[in-house]
Design a protein around this ligand. Structure first.
Ligand code: DSN
Length: 426
């Protein structure tokens, strides 16, 4: 029996919240029992500053094995030549890359945060915008697709040393070859942050940026379904993805810069319990069932997007190629903010988050959009028919965001449905 009743009661309440509700936050997922067990293991007790075989502490011979397995499984999963599994988060993986390839004040280019980009790709309140000099590219107003012409034009004019691809709310495939061509033309490094679609990429359902980018970063807890954390990888050909063989020395030099940037650059002791859990998750992702799961994530997102379109909703970019849908509320509910929509949905035990849509006139605290994703609900076992039911319930809530009786009846329906979709063994 746990001694700290206060905290363990909170954990149990959160467990119940997760079990009862429909989880649609695009960046969340439910890990397997084995991943959970590895995270809650005695490996949390071990200090292991350094890397396998080269640590600053004794007694690391056992955790060295787990970290080496995590690295090898990750490389196999994405066809990478080199990997670092120590970043505590995606933002810290990105910070380490910035540290390795830029000097303070250097210019880099990333996707505009309000067009689906990420804080660590140049926001003025983040290290990336505080220490370095960001320039940005957008999505286009008419298609909401990445504006590669703008990217090229800004790259030629501003000559950033680093081009960052990747997003937190972008539902379409990326043109990696075009970004690499732009980077090669101006002699920039191309880094791609695949945190959101990493699981779909691992399953071969989307193109793999490791083939094109100099450096790829990711989180491990979104579509990839591992513990909360980050990773960095490099592909086989650092110089040129179209055939020129990179001398091994070039990869070795950059990998040693990246290793040093993670530790001691931005982190101290690695979280060896989380690294073991990453190894477990990568092992799961190498199994054939993982591809079936990811295919269902994608199929569910497409079914959900179509059901919204059939009801006259507007979706940024008109649909989805991945796990993510960005609902633009402006045409159907001009007065409804993302903030109120999020609150009403949460009250109905449907969890999603408010999000800025491209060219939004509202602030990030209000927004005109709602971001939805299917990784977590698919882990619970949901298939296409449930997507239609979920869209019906969301539509009911969005038409009645302040009607407590309607919200209560949707919540009861949500709870009854989710009782049929088990989550953890414990
Ligand atoms: N905060 C994450 C997301 O929700 O997409 C990105 O780091």
């Amino acid at each position: 029996m746990e001694k700290d009743k206060l905290i363990f009661d909170i954990i149990e309440r959160e467990h119940q919240r997760q079990k009862k509700g429909i989880e649609l936050i695009a960046s969340e997922n439910f890990v397997s029992d084995d991943v959970m067990r590895a995270m809650g293991s005695c490996l949390t007790n071990k200090y292991a500053e350094g890397y396998p075989g080269h640590r600053y502490y004794g007694g690391c011979q056992v955790v060295d094995e787990a970290e080496t397995i995590a690295i090898e499984r990750l490389k196999k999963l994405f066809g990478a030549e080199w990997a670092n599994v120590q970043p505590h988060s995606g933002a810290q993986a990105n910070m380490a890359v910035f540290m390795a390839v830029l000097k303070p004040g250097d210019k880099f280019m990333g996707l505009n945060l309000s067009h689906g980009g990420h804080l660590s790709h140049g926001s003025p309140v983040n290290f990336s915008g505080l220490v370095f000099q960001p320039v940005e590219y957008n999505v286009t107003r008419d298609t909401n697709l990445i504006d590669y012409d703008m990217m090229e034009e800004v790259a030629r004019r501003e000559r950033p040393k680093l081009i960052v691809g990747g997003a937190s709310a972008y539902s379409r495939e990326w043109d990696y070859a075009r970004i690499r061509k732009i980077a090669d033309e101006i002699g920039a490094i191309f880094m791609f942050d695949m945190a959101h679609p990493a699981g779909l990429i691992a399953a071969g359902l989307l193109d793999n940026p490791v083939k094109y980018a100099h450096i790829v970063t990711s989180t491990t807890h979104k579509t990839l379904r591992g513990p909360r954390g980050g990773v960095i990888m490099m592909g086989k050909d650092f110089d040129n993805p179209w055939g020129k063989t990179t001398p091994k020395g070039v990869i070795r030099k950059m990998s040693s810069l990246l290793d040093s940037a993670v530790f001691p650059g931005v982190q101290g002791g690695p979280l060896e319990h989380v690294i073991a859990a990453k190894a477990v998750a990568f092992g799961e992702a190498l199994q054939p069932e993982f591809r079936t799961y990811q295919q269902q994530v994608k199929t569910n997102a497409a079914a959900m997007a179509q059901a919204f379109l059939d009801k006259g909703y507007q979706i940024a970019s008109g649909g989805t190629d991945n796990h993510c849908i960005l609902l633009d509320l402006r045409s159907k509910f001009p007065e409804l903010t993302g903030k109120l929509a999020e609150k009403a949905l949460v009250d109905a035990d449907i969890t999603a988050n408010k999000y800025m849509v491209p060219f939004d006139s509202r602030s990030p605290f209000l927004t005109s959009g709602i971001r939805l994703g299917t990784p977590a609900i698919t882990t619970r076992g949901a298939k296409e028919p449930l997507m239609g039911e979920i869209v019906e319930m969301i539509d009911t809530v969005l038409h009645n965001p302040e009607n407590d009786a309607v919200i209560k009846s949707v919540r009861e329906k949500v709870n009854a449905i989710m009782a049929g979709y088990p989550m953890f063994a414990w």
